[in-house]
Ligand binder design. Structure first.
Ligand code: MF3
Ligand code: CO
Length: 257
């Protein structure tokens, strides 16, 4: 069952989403060579606690941390570690989820560390653009697969590929609700979007081939061909006026860097 949220519930989801956006903006300002992914995790955990909220990922199926920090060929679900230092030229995906007053927000960004290759910079740009292509389709009457189709078309035009094994999701009083939101496929399929639906849209894009595998830690997903991978995610509500990006950041990350 796909749950539709009242205007009042959407306001509460915006509060959760706003916090997630603020955490990401703060972490984006800290990303630099020599910083560890555990440093970033500690900042996120403190900020979420200070807001009276709860990290959404910690304890979820045993996941051990507040954020996911996935570097270079890591696609998603990288576990923060004090031994993992950011290096100049890396790209890092940071995924943050939190619940506040019973509602969840979920968002991710991928950032360059120092100076990155032209390929990496293009991958980041195209993946974020693909997210916004999907968000552009969020309106009553669209079909779920219209979103993934928009992502796939944009990504493949650059010779990049869309990850198939992980998908976006409905979100609300649980982090993962129906429906699934794939980042690929033909348009015009799947449930119709209606007012009050809330979706976590999260394209994962590889510079090389689409295949991924999960490492022995049981979490970290990496590209099979070791190519770079990027991930951008927003929690977005369907409204009569169009998409409402609940995790939008007051200060755009790009402007802070
Ligand atoms: N944004 C991811 C998702 O929607 C993060 C989940 S990490 C986990 O699935 F550890 F909580 F699984
Ligand atoms: Co998500």
């Amino acid at each position: 069952m796909i749950i539709c949220r009242s205007a009042d519930e959407l306001e509460r989801m915006r509060e959760a989403g706003r916090l997630v956006g603020e955490v990401l903006a703060e972490l984006a300002g800290l990303v630099a060579p020599g910083v560890t992914t555990a440093d970033l995790d500690a900042v996120a955990e403190k900020r979420i606690a200070r807001a009276g909220a709860t990290p959404a990922f910690k304890g979820y199926h045993g996941y051990p941390a507040t954020i996911c920090a996935s570097i270079n060929d890591e696609v998603i679900h990288g576990i923060p570690s004090g031994r993992r230092l950011l290096n100049d030229g890396d790209i890092i995906s940071i995924d943050v989820g939190a619940s506040l007053n019973g509602y969840f927000g979920d968002s991710a960004i991928t950032l360059p560390v120092g100076q990155v290759s032209e390929e990496a910079a293009t991958l980041l740009r195209v993946t974020e653009e693909a997210l916004y292509k999907a968000i552009d389709r969020v309106r009553p009457g669209s079909r779920i697969s219209d979103l993934g189709h928009a992502v796939q078309k944009h990504v493949e035009a650059y010779g990049f590929s869309v990850v198939r094994e992980f998908v976006g999701h409905g979100i609300g009083q649980r982090m993962h609700e129906e429906p699934q939101v794939p980042n690929y496929g033909d348009p015009g399929r799947g449930p119709r979007l209606t007012e009050g639906m809330v979706l976590a849209i999260e394209p994962m894009v590889n510079a090389g081939k689409p295949a991924v595998k999960v490492l022995g830690d049981g979490w970290t997903a990496v590209t099979r061909d070791s190519s770079l991978s990027a991930h951008f995610e927003h929690t977005v509500a369907v409204t009569a006026d169009g998409p409402w990006i609940l995790t939008s950041r007051e200060v755009p990350v790009a402007a802070r860097r």
